[in-house]
Write a new protein. Structure first.
Lengths: 119, 119
DNA sequence: CACCCCATTCGATGAATGTCGAACATCGCT
DNA sequence: AGCGATGTTCGACATTCATCGAATGGGGTG
C-alpha cells in the first residue's frame, strides 16, 4: 500500500493573522466546545477523550475540528493520542483580551473552578 | 384611551442576570449583527433602518430580535421608529470586559473607524 | 380619510450544524 | 500477527438558521 508514515492529512491550522473573530466567537458559542475550552484553560494540555463532555466520539471529533480550524486550539498527534492546547498567546496577540474576558465570564463570579458541563 | 402609546406586545428583554454568555457570543458571531453592534458602539442610538447593512427589512428585523433577546441591545418604540442601543453597562457588569474586548478586536488594529460591512 | 413610512410577522426555502452509528486508520502491547 | 484503545471519516438525519417576499399594523402627515 501507499507510503506508510504519512501522518494522515496534516491538520490545518490557520495562521494567526488568518484567524477570524467571528469564527472564534462561533466556535465558542456552543456548550460542548465551551466546556472543552474551559477545561484547556485550566489544564494546558489534554487528549481528546479526557474531557468532561457527554457526546459520541465522532461528535467530539467534529467539535475539535471546529475549534482547530477557527484557530482556538492547536492539535498535534502524539502517538495514537491527539493532544490539544489553547492558542492563548496567539489569540492574545491577535484579539487582545478577548479570550481572557470570555473565559473569565464563563467561569462565573465564583472564579475558576472545576468545569461543570451545562447541557 | 388615555394614553395612545400602547405598543402591541411589549418587547422581551432578558434581565441582566438572565443574560447567557453563549447566547451573546452566538448573537455576535454573525457579520450582519456584528455590523449593527459596531455601529451602535460608535453611535449610542439609532433607528433600525439606518444601519449600513444590505439585507431585506424582514431579515433585519430578525437580527434585531436575536440581539435583543440575547441581551446585547435594548429596543424601545419611539413613535413609528424603533430606537436601538447597546446594553453596555449591564453587559459590563455581567461579563466584564467581554463586549469591550470583542468590539475592540472587531474594530481592528486601526482603531474605531467608520463601520464597513464585510459580507 | 387616504397615503406613506417604518418595522414586524408569517411562511417558505436552502444552507449550515449538531448528533449519531458504523467503518476505518494508527499506534502500542501481548 | 493479532488485539484493544484512541480518533477520524463517512453518510444520515433532525434541527437551527439566515434569507427572502408578501401581507400586516401602527403612526404621522397631507
Amino acid at each position: 500500500m501507499p507510503r506508510s508514515h504519512q501522518r494522515r492529512a496534516p491538520l490545518y491550522h490557520p495562521e494567526p493573522e488568518e484567524i477570524d473573530l467571528l469564527d472564534v466567537l462561533h466556535a465558542l458559542a456552543d456548550p460542548t466546545r465551551m466546556t472543552i475550552v474551559r477545561t484547556l484553560w485550566a489544564e494546558p494540555e489534554r487528549a481528546c477523550g479526557t474531557f468532561p463532555v457527554d457526546v459520541a466520539p465522532s461528535t467530539l471529533s467534529h467539535h475539535f475540528k471546529v475549534l482547530r480550524e477557527s484557530g482556538v486550539i492547536r492539535q498535534r498527534g502524539e502517538a495514537n493520542r491527539r493532544l490539544n492546547e489553547l492558542r492563548r498567546e496567539e489569540l492574545q496577540q491577535r484579539f487582545p483580551g478577548v479570550l481572557d474576558a470570555i473565559l473569565a465570564a464563563a467561569a462565573g463570579p465564583a472564579g475558576p473552578g472545576p468545569v461543570a458541563q451545562e447541557d
